[in-house]
Design a protein around this ligand. Sequence first.
Ligand code: DQA
Length: 153
Amino acid sequence: MSKKFNILIINGPNLNLLGQRESSVYGTTTLADIEKFCRKRATSLGVELEFFQSNHEGELIDRIQASREISDLIIINPAAYTHTSIAIRDALLAVALPVIEIHISNIHKRESFRKHSTISDIAIGQIVGMGPKGYLLALDGGVNYLNDSKLDN
Ligand code: DQA
C-alpha cells in the first residue's frame, strides 16, 4: 500500500481566539471545532493531518522548517503575518512544499493593508471569505492537487 499523504495545517496569531474574537468577522466556530472537522475530513480522505497554531513568528517558522521531511503539503493561515512576514514566505520557499493559503474572512474586501499577502504568489491557490469551512475546501483541494501530481509522475 502506498504511503498516506501528510498534510500540515498551520494557523498564525490570534486564531487561538476564534469563537471569541470579532465574531462579526470570524464567526463563532472555535479553532478546536475547525481541527475536529478537519480531522474527520482527513480520515475520510485517507490522509494524515497535523494541526498547529502559534502566536509567534519564530515558532511558525520552526514548524514550517520541521515539515520538510514529513509533510507533502502545507495549508496555512498566517493571520496578520500574511501581510508582513517575509520570514514566513522564505521558510515556505525553503521547504519547497506545495502551499495553500487560507483566510476565514475575505481579506480583499477589508482594510487595504489586508489586501497584500507575502505568500499568495508562491501558493498553489488562496481560499478567502468562505468562513471556517474554507479549511475543508483547502483540504479537498490539497488532496486533489497531490493525487494529480502523483499521476503526473
Ligand atoms: C485572517 C485575516 C487577517 O487579515 C487577520 O489578521 C487574521 C485572520 C483570516 O483568516 O481572515 O488574523 O487571516
